[in-house]
Design a protein around this ligand. Structure first.
Ligand code: PMP
Length: 353
């Protein structure tokens, strides 16, 4: 090792899902939305505003902050936006988890949490999920430097009821509790209802899933104005954490089209409920999903073999080589046609065609 490498901050990097680009592939591996973003978003992209692009973007991102405040019935001072919820979460880790005590998050959860903790030198403890993959709220009633968990959790897809989420927040008044609601629009109860009541609650959401804008990178947080102020203090004005002008316009167009949002999330939920039936018929079991993906396992087939066989067929799902979940696959909900292709292949693979 070179001498200078002693001074490098070393982290175990996050392993993102593959982003292949094979013609005709069926991509069910990174929980993207199978439908395009709202028509207004595409219009905002094809009719760029040259004058707006000439200028720096508004560092406060006011147009989008205001649109979100209106949509979620909060004051603009309670809204923070960023370049994808990954950036918002990273910023929140940096801002709020500045304690010697370990932060707590589930052992099976979004695998970026330990990466940020390492990056920002935040001590952390992983809290084991119960045998049925649910979060045990009582395990979070102890000294800690902060708490973060997704609801629904990923990759299990299980949602916690709002009363349980509230219990965790209520038992931890001295630290910030971050509820990562990347998948909340597919059927879980949002903790947004609680932000007026708990000043230590930060709810983080994304445009990547229910608003079909993973490619644009838009995320946001809603919480007490004091939390939001601290986040804004940490964020620099014009660096990569600032959303560009086009993303701001597209984000506003996405938030304003409530009908399209309802229509597409309803369609995905319907396809998911049908997927539960079809996959159960094939012998799969799974925790009850409230997200846009299913976490499936089969008593007779190894997840890794299925993953490979599907991949060769051009159907991409997610496999995690991680203890306890290495016989599961995470399957994003695609269009009905894509899901039919998945069932058809599985039927044939299992000799049930
Ligand atoms: N939280 C969870 C639980 C996720 O699964 C993801 C998506 N991989 C994110 C946050 C980040 O989403 P984005 O940065 O696209 O907003």
């Amino acid at each position: 090792m070179s001498k200078w490498e002693e001074n490098v901050r070393k982290v175990t990097p996050y392993t993102p899902g593959e982003q292949p680009n094979r013609p005709g592939m069926i991509k069910l591996n990174t929980n993207e939305n199978p439908y395009p973003p709202a028509p207004g978003v595409l219009k905002a992209m094809t009719a760029p505003d040259g004058d707006a692009l000439r200028r720096y973007p508004d560092p406060a991102a006011s147009v989008l902050v205001n649109a979100l405040a209106e949509r979620y019935q909060v004051d603009p001072s309670q809204v923070f936006v960023g370049v994808g919820s990954d950036d918002v979460l990273a910023m929140a880790f940096m801002t709020f988890f500045n304690s010697e005590k370990p932060i707590l998050f589930p052992d099976i959860t979004y695998s970026f949490y330990p990466v940020w903790a390492e990056e920002f030198r935040i001590p952390f403890e992983k809290v084991a999920l119960k045998d049925d993959f649910t979060i045990c709220k009582e395990d979070y009633y102890r000294e800690n430097g902060g708490i973060v968990f997704p609801n629904p959790n990923a990759p299990t897809a299980l949602a916690m009821g709002l009363e349980d989420v509230e219990e965790i927040i209520r038992h931890n008044p001295d630290v910030v509790v971050i509820v990562d609601e990347a998948y909340v629009d597919f059927g879980a109860e949002s903790a947004l209802k609680l932000v007026e009541k708990y000043e230590n609650l930060l709810v983080v959401q994304t445009f990547s899933k229910s608003r079909s804008l993973a490619g644009m990178r838009i995320g946001f947080a809603i919480g007490n104005p004091v939390l939001i102020k601290y986040l804004n203090d940490v964020k620099y004005s014009f660096n990569s954490y600032t959303m560009d002008q086009t993303a701001l316009s597209c984000g506003v167009a996405a938030v304003k089209d409530e009908a399209y949002f309802q229509e597409t999330t309803d369609k995905i939920k319907k396809t998911r409920e049908n997927a539960k039936v079809e996959l159960a018929k094939l012998g799969f079991s799974f925790p009850d999903s409230k997200a846009n993906f299913l976490f499936i396992t089969h008593p007779e087939y190894q997840a890794k073999d299925l993953f490979q066989a599907l991949r060769e067929e051009g159907i991409y799902v997610r496999y995690f080589a991680q203890p306890r979940i290495d016989n599961y696959l995470r399957v994003s909900i695609g269009t009905d046609g894509q899901m039919e292709a998945l069932y058809a292949f599985l039927r044939q693979y299992m000799g049930k065609a």
